[in-house]
Design a protein around this ligand. Structure first.
Ligand SMILES: [Zn+2]
Length: 275
């Protein structure tokens, strides 16, 4: 695995990471959360949305938001987790547990939930869609923001959201659609959160999607420890790597970095409230 050799240049205006997993480490060692948050703050990433998307990670998320004022949280059962729980008959009790965590006042997100046709085969898709529908309903009942995971399932994600009736605030995390899909999402009032892949050379379609997204619908995220931006693609990702994605996004949108940071912060307050 390549290593990150130096931190990015600090951002001129502090911004937040809209989606990260402080509970997941890729090198086998548990992540040193205070150190990761300090490294992020040192480059202007002063707040993070911690996403816990299995039962254990959701418990850890509630613990982190209680202990760190710079951390807000989201909880859910990941689309690849739901079929496993359904298979073993544990899905109903897992729903109860997630709902109990989701009422926490510093848990502002239900997510990530959605559809993943890359990792879940046809046999798991019924449970996956049922779980997605349950999470949509939960976000509506609790008045939380829905963060959606969509992997190779664009049409079905849009179909289920439409059919079930979307919550007031929907964010497509790690947006991976093209410009046409971005326009459709914007028309529906959704927000699009862009991650490291916008910095990858061959992702022209994704940059085109970002380019047609209005500035006040754009969010930025790391999805750490995955999807490390260029020039450290393949290394373990962290919230401190967000500046690479922010600078790339500003260039695509044709705005200054401070302007993008300000917009993203405003959108964050509107969606999630104060940190
Ligand atoms: Zn994620």
């Amino acid at each position: 695995m390549p290593r990150v050799t130096e931190p990015p240049e600090p951002l001129p205006i502090p911004v937040f990471d809209n989606h990260t997993h402080l509970d997941i480490s890729r090198d086998g060692e548990p992540l040193d959360v205070p150190a990761a948050l300090a490294a992020a703050a040192a480059v202007g990433v002063t707040r993070v949305m911690q996403i816990g998307c299995d039962l254990e990670a959701a418990a850890l998320t509630v613990d982190l938001v209680d202990r760190h004022p710079e951390v807000l949280g989201g909880v859910a059962l990941h689309p690849n987790e739901a079929p496993r729980l359904a298979d073993s008959g544990r899905l109903p009790t897992a729903y109860e547990t997630i709902e109990a965590y989701a009422v926490h006042p510093r848990v502002r997100v239900v997510g990530e939930t959605g559809l993943d046709f890359f990792r879940t085969g046809p046999e798991g898709r019924g449970a996956q869609e049922e779980s997605f529908r349950w999470h949509i309903d939960l976000a509506k009942r609790l008045g939380k923001v829905l963060q959606v995971h969509d992997r190779d399932a664009h049409d079905d994600v849009l179909r289920v959201l439409e059919d079930e009736g979307a919550p007031d605030h929907v964010v497509l995390h790690c947006f991976s659609g093209d410009a046409a899909m971005a326009r459709e999402c914007v028309d529906r009032g959704y927000h699009l959160s862009f991650a490291g892949p916008i910095t990858f050379k061959n992702n022209r379609d994704l940059r085109d999607a970002l380019a047609v997204t209005p500035l006040d619908r754009v969010l930025v995220e790391t999805d750490a420890p995955y999807l490390t931006p260029h020039p450290f693609r393949g290394a373990s990702n962290a919230p401190a790597m967000l500046p690479y994605t922010v600078r790339a996004a500003a260039a695509v949108l044709g705005v200054s970095v401070p302007e993008l940071c300000q917009q993203v912060n405003g959108t964050g307050e509107r969606l999630y409230g104060a940190w």
